[in-house]
Ligand binder design. Sequence first.
Ligand SMILES: [Fe+2]
Ligand SMILES: [Fe+2]
Length: 432
Amino acid sequence: MFETFENNTVREKAEDEYSKKVIASLEAHDSEKELAEELISRLVLLEKESKFNEDSRKIERGMENVLDLLEERHADRYPQLRFSKEQKADAKIAAILHDIGKSGPVEATPAEQEAIVKIFALEKPQNPDSLVMEIIPEIFGDDKVEDIGRLLKNCGIDEKTTMRQFWDKHAYWTHDILEKYPQGLAKRARIIAASHHIDHGINPYGLPESEIPMAANIIGTLEDYVETLERRALIALDQYEASVRRGSLSHEEALGWVRKNLAKFEKDELMNLLLDAIDELGKRQEIFTQKKSTANKFEDMSAQQEKPDKQIEEADEKQRRKERRMVLASELSYVQEAWRFPGIDPDSYAKLKAEEEELLGFCTPIDELIRRFENEGMKVVIVPWKNNKGHNIHVLPFGSDDIENDSIPPEKLQITEFLHEDFKEFILLSRG
Ligand SMILES: [Fe+2]
Ligand SMILES: [Fe+2]
């Protein structure tokens, strides 16, 4: 399968499963043979040390499905949404390459690249304001702190760099890598790839402000509408995929999350067509499914092999939900104001009432507690275990610090319309 490649070390040596997966995913692209060796070896590293490539492949499939649906639904009204073969190909290769910057700056050595990927791959919740250097011992071990510190310094990471600053670098690094190795990649593909966090102001190509939050009725008037649309598609799919995977949210929850994040594009007609397409495909659970025509054998094969690992996957999933819940709890607990109390879920209320009969006098009566919550609002409090190996998360009336008597388990809260999206997600994850 690989003998057609000449003078190409990674391609020739594509023996291990990581290289095979990367090569197989690129083979569907016409420009594949032109891509620089450097890009491929970075993708192989990401495949080996992280889930990012798997995510990118999913997003690539999402891109194809979404563009096809937009074309099918709207091309009559908006002839511009009839995409050319090249436009589709550019958007898809952009999806594959968008997070290549998670392998570090363009000039990073292999050792530096590996260190950077490992830090990105750490999925444990991190406080964005914490320092990169603080987590080095945890990932690499105490004895490696100095070595890794030196490697990171070469990449522009020092003892003052926060996790937020670190994460934000990857789209710039994607830009630099693709600009240095542009072979086989249209400018349009490079721009789409490196602009995928533009909604957070990360804008390596310095796209004009007017192209970011676009006014309505732009379709048809903007010259580069397709590129703009494809850029938005990548942003939306990237966020959707991440929230489904990391937060294990349902389709509705994930789409709600994406809409909230992209609220500033609300009046953007392109974005709305796009989100509707994602909505339709998501409801049918077909966003990330592979089209029969392009299905590649390796992906099918590995899907079958992975089946026995289902238990491991489930355990991973559980861990991810746990971590996501913790991230949300710490965000919610940072807030200095009271949250409006949504009430207790009716089933849980009945149970709490029944328990109260038995425990009479041992804790604050539930109706009294509810009155306090209604008057004061609520807050989230995290209490670490004595051995520091875990946490309990409590919901208390805003004015109370009496965890023993006044705490309500978060899963018992009712989910109402007015509740903040993060709070809703937190309650759902608490219910397990
Ligand atoms: Fe990214
Ligand atoms: Fe991504």
